[in-house]
Design a protein. Structure first.
Length: 382
């Protein structure tokens, strides 16, 4: 057995997957062979989830029945909404509240007792989790503002329904389409940290709720999904300071701060999802507030043209433009990372179900570098 240690498992092949693939040098991402740009432009989130879970794009009848089946699973039991209320009252942050609430969902799942190798039950769980997370999240945001949760509208697709449950108003076409596209872009991304976390849990043949709960925990960190909120906080910081974006970045880099939304373990060029979201942000800026788009592009231009960061392979990632897009849609900033999780639940489930088809417990080794041959000293003699 090789004794080579690869810190952060960088570049280590840990599994085969047919779900998504990243070409980090070309800046290309595919889901089951379809280019992300094509899917973002032409498909719906439900269509993409179907593709991830079933391997093929659905025809009209299959998509309609899949969309209906997903919509039928959106309601969340009152007992869980009670917990969401308690978490919001305790000012639990949304990612943490969501982690707890998703874990609780198994309590009302009729398949809760089904073993993980019951593939049909596992698929139903994936559907329930993915359908219910938007309801949980929207309810959390409502109750913390002393508003009653809004029941899901089965006539709206998942993206539009989420915005509706958040605000009480059905979104206009531009908002619904923009949000649907953002969900598509976040649905899957190879063996990223949270997906791998979900797979490690799934490889013990634990149930899907455990995998997704663990995935949410992994995604919450600032090196992973938490960066989208950090980007928006930087934009606020710049806007409210007397510095222009270039001066702010200069100061931040002098202080050794990382620029959130830049850099990626796999991409050496601009993340294709950032390119799509940048175009979206530009479009929204044409008819609304262009402040955030202007600041983000100024940062990107400065880091590209003068610092040469992008040339070094530290380029915008998905989080750089998603923050300003969500802000332009009026979504509260601490909901950005939970929204990432809401979409990625589909990818986590797809990877866990795929991996369990030919399961092998994920159990690496660690190299022990601690002391040896120590003699136990009774506590009273220490
Ligand atoms: N700003 C400035 N310098 C950076 C940045 C950044 N955002 N990211 C990496 N670097 C530098 C880093 O300082 C290091 O320089 P040096 O070799 O001189 O010490 C070099 O680039 C390599 O960095 P690394 O930490 O070894 O690279 P990594 O592959 O481990 O890190 C990353 C990837 C995403 C953790 C990192 O780029 C980062 O911290 N970015 C900011 C947070 C962020 O945007 N995260 C979202 C990632 S994409 C969405 C997702 O997957 O959730």
């Amino acid at each position: 057995m090789a004794d080579e240690l690869t810190k952060g498992l960088e570049g280590v092949l840990a599994a085969e997957s047919e779900l998504s693939s990243i070409d980090g040098d070309a800046g290309r991402l595919i889901y089951r062979g379809y280019d992300i740009a094509d899917l973002a432009e032409r498909a719906s989130y439900e269509e993409v989830v179907y593709l991830l879970w079933h391997g093929e794009l659905p025809d009209r009848a299959a998509l309609d029945s899949f969309t209906d089946a997903m919509a039928a699973e959106r309601a969340v039991d009152e007992s869980i909404l009670e917990t969401v209320r308690a978490l919001a009252a305790a000012e639990e942050a949304p990612m943490a509240a969501m982690r707890t609430a998703v874990s609780m969902l198994s309590a009302t799942d009729p398949d809760a007792e089904a073993p993980a190798d019951d593939r049909e039950a596992a698929r139903r769980k994936a559907r329930r989790i993915t359908a219910k997370i938007p309801t949980l999240l929207a309810a959390y945001d409502r109750v913390r503002q002393d508003e009653a949760p809004i029941d899901p509208d089965p006539d709206l697709d998942l993206a539009a329904n989420f915005l509706y449950m958040l605000t009480g108003e059905a979104p206009d076409d531009v908002a619904a389409e923009t949000f649907d596209q953002a969900l598509i872009l976040h649905a899957d991304h190879g063996l990223n940290a949270s997906t791998f976390t979900a797979m490690v849990v799934g490889s013990t043949m634990a149930d899907l709720y455990s995998s997704v709960t663990a995935g949410i925990g992994a995604l919450s960190g600032p090196l992973h999904g938490g960066a989208n909120q950090d980007v928006m906080e930087v934009l606020f910081e710049i806007e409210s300071s007397d510095l222009d974006p270039r001066e702010w970045v200069e100061r931040a880099t002098d202080e050794g701060r990382r620029i959130p939304g830049f850099g990626h373990r796999v991409y050496n060029v601009t993340d294709p999802r950032a390119t799509i979201l940048k175009a979206r942000s530009a479009k929204l800026a044409e008819t609304g507030d262009d402040t955030w788009y202007e600041i983000t592009t100024a940062i990107e231009d400065y880091l590209t043209d003068e610092v040469g960061l992008v040339e070094k392979g530290i380029a915008p990632n998905v989080d750089f433009y998603s923050g300003s897009v969500y802000y332009q849609l009026g979504i509260p900033i601490d909901m950005y990372t939970p929204i990432f999780a809401m979409s990625r639940a589909a990818g986590w489930s797809a990877h866990v179900l795929e991996y369990q088809e030919d399961n092998r417990l994920i159990r690496p080794r660690g190299r022990y570098v601690g002391p040896d041959d120590r003699e136990y000293v009774p506590i009273e003699d220490r």
